[in-house]
Design a protein around this ligand. Structure first.
Ligand code: S3P
Length: 418
């Protein structure tokens, strides 16, 4: 019998950003445990310090001394989110509804990412926010926004939904967002934990009571399921028997587990905590009869960040992985459809690229060595490291520095565990 191993994965990136932003908009001190100390989240933390919020970081515990919505100060310098799309879109939302002015920008990749998707609802709410050609830098002149706007999102985006909800919180006004498909609801959950009233029914998210109060208890940030999946896939590729501890099991994030089960993976999940986010352990049992599937289009928003590594898992099992309806991948940290197809092709797979997805069939015999440029995209870089480790092939991968934006101890864990 394969011996059982237990792995700890760092904190959830989406929830860590929200911890800083929502903690800052609340008056009172909130302690969060399990904060992700990656470059993206540390940039959000630094930005709120520049806005006058005292934030103490000890290990992975972060204490946010919120100033309340009226206590933020206009910064003297340009605010730099680094590589983070979540950072820029959520902070731009929050600042639009505040009473301060600021300019937000980020690295080379951020300066190409579409911001029209947040400008449209924020302008509808009466915000003063501008961008050149809908890309950063964003200039925000905070003001009291219009109450009771209802905005139907044309795309399923948690970042857009959150920008709107945070803008409304900063202006202390009600708002409604309608989402076309379920997308991650970490903002709604954390706002409720902070005393706001958010009602959700058939895709309608209504922020009814926007005032925030710091919770009495410390808040636990679960481990990131998107990060865990890199090691879950390597566990499967190497046929190991592993428990991943304290993972966030939010329904809007666990689509990857349903995909794995449809692929024939033997896994069990034990949920043990539900403070505001469900959390528990995922046990991956050695699973020998895996196969590729067509991922249902309606769960694409739920697995969007996991598609790069799921595509690499596809190279280790029979059949064809079919992905459609995933055009959003083209505007992530890099064009991930192109990146996944380039990587799979270099590894010897049979690949067909579509505008909104791809078909990938495992190679009969993988390439013996590859060169791959991850275009400074953390998820492509980690996917390339996992698959080349699994195939045990020589690899020259550039752009690995990007990994520290989301998973700073990735390479150390990879060395230590495999
Ligand atoms: C995120 C939402 C997703 C996801 C991103 C993090 C968030 O983007 O891809 O990595 O924290 O809200 P969209 O929902 O905006 O596509």
């Amino acid at each position: 019998m394969t011996p059982l191993e237990i792995y700890d994965i760092p904190g959830d990136k989406s929830i860590s950003h929200r911890a800083i932003i929502i903690g800052a908009l609340t008056s009172g001190v909130t302690t969060f445990n399990g904060f992700l100390c990656s470059e993206d989240c540390l940039n959000t933390l630094k930005i709120f310090r520049q806005l006058g919020v005292k934030i103490e970081l000890k290990g992975t515990q972060v204490q946010v001394h919120g100033t309340g919505v009226t206590g933020l100060k206009s910064p003297s310098e340009i605010l730099d989110v680094g590589n983070s799309g979540t950072g820029i879109r959520l902070i731009a939302g929050a600042l639009s509804g505040s009473q301060i002015s600021a300019t937000l920008t980020g690295d080379h990749s951020i300066q190409k990412r579409p911001m029209g998707r947040i400008l449209e609802p924020l302008l509808k709410m009466g915000a003063s926010i501008t961008a050149n050609d809908n890309v950063p830098p964003l200039n925000v002149q905070g003001s009291k926004l219009k109450a009771n706007v209802s905005y139907k999102m044309p795309i399923a985006s948690a970042q857009v939904k959150s920008a709107v909800l945070l803008a409304a919180c900063a202006s202390e006004i009600p708002v409604t967002v309608i989402e076309p498909e379920l997308c991650r609801d970490h903002t709604e959950r954390m706002l409720r934990l902070f005393g706001a009233t958010v009602q959700t029914e058939s895709g309608q998210i209504k922020l009814v009571q926007p005032r925030l109060t710091a919770p009495l208890n410390e808040v636990q940030i679960p481990s990131d399921i998107s990060s865990a999946l890199f090691f879950i896939c390597l566990t499967l590729m190497k046929n190991r028997n592993v428990i991943f501890k304290n993972i966030g099991l939010n329904e809007s994030r666990i689509g990857c587990l349903a995909v794995l089960e449809q692929m024939g993976v033997d896994l069990s999940v034990k949920q043990f905590l539900h403070q505001y986010e469900p959390m528990g352990d995922i046990h991956i049992h050695p699973s020998s009869k895996r196969k590729n599937i067509e991922i249902p289009e309606d769960i694409i928003p739920n697995v969007i960040d996991e598609l790069p590594i799921l595509s690499m898992l596809a190279l280790t099992q029979p059949g064809t992985l079919k992905v459609r309806g995933a055009e959003e991948l083209r505007v992530k940290e890099s064009d991930r459809i192109a990146g996944i197809c380039r990587l799979a092709t270099a590894l010897g797979a049979d690949v067909v690229e579509y505008r909104d997805g791809f078909d990938i069939t495992a190679p009969e015999k993988p390439a013996s060595e590859i060169k791959f440029d991850a275009h400074y995209d953390h998820r492509l870089a980690m996917s390339a490291l996992i698959i080349t480790k699994a195939f045990n092939i020589k690899a020259e991968i550039t752009g690995l520095e990007s990994i520290s934006t989301s998973f700073p101890n990735f390479s150390a864990l990879l060395e230590q565990l495999f």
